[in-house]
Design a protein around this ligand. Sequence first.
Ligand code: PEP
Ligand code: MN
Length: 332
Amino acid sequence: MIAVLKHTATKEQIGNLVSWFEGQGIKVHESEGDYCTVLGLIGDTTKIDIDMLQSLDIVEQVTRVSEPFKKANRKFHPEDTVVDCGGVLIGGGNFAVMAGPCSVESREQIIETAKRVKDAGATLLRGGAFKPRTSPYDFQGLKEKGIELLLEAKAATGLPIVTEIMDAEHLPLFKDVDVIQVGARNMQNFELLKALGKCDKPILLKRGLSATMKELLMSAEYIMSEGNEKVMLCERGIRTYETYTRNTFDVSAIPMLHELTHLPVVGDPSHATGRRSLIEPVAMAAVAAGADALEIEVHPNPSKALSDGAQSLTPDMFDGVMQKINKVRSIL
Ligand code: PEP
Ligand code: MN
């Protein structure tokens, strides 16, 4: 349920109302906008008399929220959420590009990539240290060493870093990481989501391979219900019957999610298509559809990459893609 309060409501009146709800066992999520305050009421609201609430002087309007996601719901929080990712803002009109290799492979590889993507205009460095691979015989990532190398690349370039977590037990290793990524395969690892909900870092939550938008939002809700509201959602393609592309990029998810939630929405054309030649057009489509950020794989020598070489851009190609993205943004 949400209660929109009149702009004339004083802090004291709002405080009294909030305490009254809490006394009824209802959690209150307060969102103060420029023109009004919105109280999101979470819990068993069936015993609340809507007519009584509506009749209060300070209440403008009361509505029941039928969606199962509450904290992520735009109705609870009408303004866009802006997430501070190590000093780089994402959401609410702030646009960012996260770029870098699928996997961190060596000091030279990650530092060279970091410098090149920064020169091209990327504002965050991505790189996998713990890799969720389909085959246990494939490269599994450099793990702790990979995070250390990302931190070296951050020190060399100033770019905040984004890297994937696969196990909550690894959280201490992520203490200096700026953005923790939850990969598509872990979108419904609820214990991991709950553990991330207790930490204070931005989370990049990728849509599962066959997840609906509602399931993605419910996974965000798992993180947010534990207290961490710095969540960004990532459309990275979903599995369909199509085989020319690795996945099918659901461009409509970007504006649909913007309608449903206040959380920033990121587009990943790399995993969505699996093909280097498609990164530029799909990145432009994501930006045109309103993505708040992009995540793009770049490798200094894609043919030698230990993972996802076929979808990785060379730094020169990435430079060209950034120019196209900036053109689209300037038209918008
Ligand atoms: C990745 O970002 O390298 C990755 C594994 O992505 P996804 O979880 O979307 O497949
Ligand atoms: Mn990858």
